[in-house]
Design a protein around this ligand. Structure first.
Ligand SMILES: Cc1ncc(COP(=O)(O)O)c(C=O)c1O
Length: 455
């Protein structure tokens, strides 16, 4: 191959122009709906994460591995609602469980028997004895922070640079810090993520680079006796996919424990998708507290926290509050029970591995054939293309990626019947209802892009 990366960068701008025109021409109803929505809500979407260029795609329905937008375009869905729908759309067992529950009443704010079944299943998968439910990943990580602070009597939290843990004050820090504010790589700054997060609060959250255990050690040395917990997303899934170095997670646990702090795993994305017991199982490191959400609810809003008996005992003793009108909602629990006990079986994980291998293998062949400076990572139901040759180990590595490559790739997929999560850093989520034919469509689209990039 003779074309250089520079040639490709010029080519990519042209391809984006062509694909954006094609995108708009085939999504006129989405455009009209979006403009109408803007009259009533900021950015014309219910969550700012749903507003991505060129414009939001309004969805009408989903079935199995497919979704249809309101213009009638059909897609194989690899977005899967930001990693929630590993069960696929309208799975018969979810439809049955939820329909049965709807007919018996959907909300009491009193426990139902399913809470026991779901908690027992989570306890077995994630090796944590005690559980509570809430309604989102945000609530889950927020509750773990309250528990860690209450248990240790300390206020400071350490998070990794560029992880997103939801939209509460303690962790809305250095999620996507701008290069002029992020500080040196050896000592990242604590930068509030958007306005509305008081600096007094963001100052209580220290930031370390992922995959850098010595830097974490230095933070503990700088704040002796002050740090309540280190919260880690064990595989970072919002910068593409960033794997932990061998032994890194165990080192983080040991450093935290040696300093009297807790280790929290944010398994909102990894939980139940990269293994039955998430990263905890996959990497053999059991944290003190864990936050779950997304895939455990089968498509109904959900969240859960699990933890050590003594830490969760803070709730028993009324020393830390954990509340919520909708916690353990019957509809969520019914969907969660079906998801965990009937759908996400060992066969489901074998299916994810087989499809991941087919998809990853197909993409790697295309990358090799066209000598593209990209690589592919697959892990259980998750995976993605990283648009640089070398592994990304942290945020600073990620910043070197030219985001026009993932964007043009997103457009190619979207215009050829594959829906991916918006934004450059997102990756794919497979479902139990995806087929080999589905993943082949992804590979074929990627091959067309590769040919056009190298033409
Ligand atoms: C790792 C991680 N933690 C927490 C959250 C927040 O979850 P939610 O959007 O359900 O509040 C997200 C959302 O994408 C996430 O990716």
């Amino acid at each position: 191959m003779s074309a250089s990366v520079q040639d490709m960068t010029e080519r990519v701008a042209k391809l984006i122009e062509i694909e954006e025109v094609r995108f708009r021409e085939t999504r006129r109803r989405s455009d009209a709906a979006w403009n109408e929505a803007k009259e009533f809500m900021p950015k014309g979407v219910p969550s700012s994460f749903q507003d991505a260029p060129p414009q939001p795609v309004f969805i009408q329905r989903g079935q199995c591995s497919r979704v249809w937008d309101i213009d009638g375009n059909e897609y194989v869905d690899f977005h899967n609602g930001f990693g929630v729908m590993v069960v696929g759309h309208a799975h018969p067992l979810i439809v049955e469980a939820v329909s049965e529950r709807v007919r018996m009443g959907t909300h009491f704010a009193q426990p139902v028997e399913d809470v026991v079944i779901v908690a027992r299943e989570l306890a077995a998968r994630f090796k944590q004895p005690q559980w509570r439910f809430n309604n989102s990943g945000t609530e889950a990580t927020m509750d773990t922070i309250h528990l860690a602070r209450g248990f240790t009597g300390r206020d400071r939290i350490v998070k990794m640079e560029a992880t997103y843990h939801g939209h509460h004050d303690a962790l809305m820090v250095s999620v996507e810090p701008k290069p002029d504010a992020m500080g040196p790589a050896s000592n990242p700054a604590s930068v509030p993520y958007y306005g509305g997060v008081p600096k007094a609060l963001s100052d209580l959250t220290s930031v370390a680079a992922f995959n850098d255990a010595p830097q974490l050690e230095r933070l503990f040395a700088r704040y002796p006796g002050e740090i309540a917990a280190v919260i880690v997303e064990p595989v970072m899934m919002n910068l593409g996919i960033v794997m932990p170095d061998d032994g890194y997670l165990a080192k983080v646990r040991d450093i935290a424990h040696r300093n009297g702090a807790l280790l929290i795993f944010d398994e909102v994305k990894t939980g139940c998708t990269i293994a039955p017991g998430g990263a905890t199982e996959r990497f053999g490191v059991v944290p003190d507290l864990i936050a779950l959400a997304k895939a455990i609810g089968g498509g109904i809003p959900c969240g859960a926290i699990g933890g050590r008996a003594d830490v969760m005992g803070m709730i028993d003793e009324d020393r830390v509050a954990q509340f919520g009108t909708f916690n353990g909602n019957p509809l969520t629990m019914a969907a969660s029970r079906a998801t965990l006990t009937k759908i996400l079986t060992p066969a489901a994980y074998a299916h994810f591995d087989a499809l991941g291998e087919a998809l990853g293998g197909g993409l790697r062949e295309v990358i090799a054939e066209h000598d593209l400076p990209f690589h592919v990572i697959t892990i259980g139901a998750r995976g993605g293309v990283t648009y640089r040759k070398e592994q990304v180990r942290n945020y600073r590595d990620y910043l070197t990626i030219d985001k026009s490559f993932p964007y043009v790739s997103w457009l190619y997929q979207c215009n050829r019947g594959v829906l991916m999560a918006p934004f450059a850093e997102e990756n794919w989520t497979l479902s139990v209802q995806h087929s080999e034919e589905d993943v082949q469509r992804y590979v074929d689209n990627f091959a067309e892009l590769a040919r056009d990039l190298r033409r």
